[in-house]
Structures are given as C-alpha cells and as structure tokens.
Design a protein. Structure first.
Length: 258
C-alpha cells in the first residue's frame, strides 16, 4: 500500500471542520480501546442465548463458513461482523481515494483535508471491529470475517464529482445501516459503540454534503431526515447488503440477519 498523502498547509477557513472530524475519531478510539479488552467469556455470558432469551434472528449462530460460504452469523456477533464488512468497504474506498494519482491535483485543499480525515476514521473503525471480534469470537481463526475484495467498476478515483458522489452514497448507507442494526443489538456495551460510530458516520455524511454543495442546507441531509419526526433513515442488513453488493466481490451470506 502506498503512503497516504500528508497535507502540510491548513486553510484557517476550515480548521473548525477538521477539529470537528478529528474529535469524533479520537472519541471512538477511546471507546475502541475499552471494548477491545472484553474477553470471550464476557461476550458469551452476556449473549441473549445464555440468558434464555433466544433472539428472533440468528439465535446461537456464530459467524463462519456454512455450506462452503462464509456467513455473517446472528445476534450481537453477527451484527458486529456485518458492521466489520461495511467498515472494510469504507476503509478500502477512502484508501483508494487518498492514494489516487490525481488526489492532489483533482481535489481542493479542503477536499483533501476532509478525505484524509475520513480515511483515518474508517481505518480505525475497520481495525477496531477486527480486534474486537478477534477477542469476542470463540474461534476467531474460523469465525472472523476474512479480508474482503472490492470492485468499483468504472469509478474514476481522480474525478472529484464521482468520488464525492460515491462517498455520499456510502456514508448515507452507513448511517442507515447502524440505525437499522441498533434494535438487533442486545449487549449494552456494543449498543453504546454503535451509537458512537453512527454519530461519526453522520458527521462524515454532513462533511461530504458540504463539499458537494457548500454553504447550503444540504449538510443537514434533508433528503434522509424525516422533517416531521427529525429521524434519520434506517435500513435492515438485507437492504444495506443489497446496496453494498455492488462493490463487494467476495461472496458471503447473511442467513441469520433480517
């Protein structure tokens, strides 16, 4: 992997936005260090099945290969694995963006600063889920989702309009994914984590929207926030994976997620 481009000069006009994004990432890192310390026994004993509360979706089904194909599994560990797959996608996308040959020439200084911040956040998310699942899964060698492969078709990573449009779609989908997954999480610690990450993803979506259409109300996401309830869009895993399938080429199933 090539080294990420480091931007040396920061325009004071968007310093506040960078602080806004960096604080989000640092807050998540603190949570990640705490959760990575959970043991397998902690997770197993706190699972709904151990308390006699079989989940409607995926009771007792761990992630792993089923019928020759990796399945995300069910319950909390299935949701974490599902989130890990999505974070792999976002981290891969931004890695390609910041390392594209036209990154410094096709994007403004502000674009570059924001996209590098988003790259750093998504890599933190991906590595956090990998570490947490490696600790929580009873048999991570067989149950940890492998590194996924991706194909972005004809996307030109040196095209500002194409990259920002794809980033907007990915961030909006990510927010909807966490919103939809919250009701499926039983472990309160994992639910807290999901709440913190979705707030970061929402900040990402807002930042991208501001780059696409500066000084407009688009940053608030009027197209994805219900004006009468003030609530954001939510999607079930099956809906989100149908969208992500356009980028993910590694086959896997989600038999025990709604």
């Amino acid at each position: 992997m090539k080294n990420v481009v480091k931007i040396q000069k920061v325009d004071p006009a968007f310093t506040d936005r960078r602080k806004f994004l960096k604080i989000s990432g640092l807050t998540l890192m603190g949570t990640g260090l705490l959760l990575a310390g959970c043991t397998k026994d902690d997770e197993i004993m706190s699972s709904p099945d151990q308390n006699g509360l079989i989940s409607k979706f995926g009771g007792g089904h761990f992630p792993g290969v089923k019928n020759g194909v990796f399945d995300l599994g069910g319950n909390d560990l299935g949701i974490l694995t599902y989130a890990y797959a999505l974070e792999q996608l976002e981290a891969d996308f931004y890695t390609k963006v910041v390392n594209a040959s036209g990154f410094t020439s096709s994007f403004t200084a502000e674009d570059q600063q924001v996209l590098v911040d988003l790259y750093n956040h998504e890599v933190i998310h991906r590595e956090f889920f990998k570490a947490t699942l490696s600790t929580a899964l009873p048999n991570p060698k067989k149950q940890l989702l492998p590194d996924l492969a991706f194909d972005y078709g004809g996307l030109n990573f040196s095209s500002r309009s194409q990259v920002l449009a794809t980033a907007k779609a990915l961030e909006d989908t990510g927010v909807a994914a966490y919103n939809g997954a919250g009701r499926l999480i039983s472990n309160p610690t994992y639910l807290l984590l999901a709440g913190k990450i979705v707030s970061v993803e929402a900040r990402h979506a807002s930042a991208i929207r501001s780059l696409i259409n500066p000084n407009s109300k688009d940053f608030a996401g009027d197209d994805v926030v219900d004006p009468t309830t003030g609530l954001d869009v939510k999607k079930n895993p099956s809906e989100v994976l149908a969208i992500a399938d356009g980028f993910i080429t590694t086959p896997f199933t989600a038999l025990y997620l709604p």
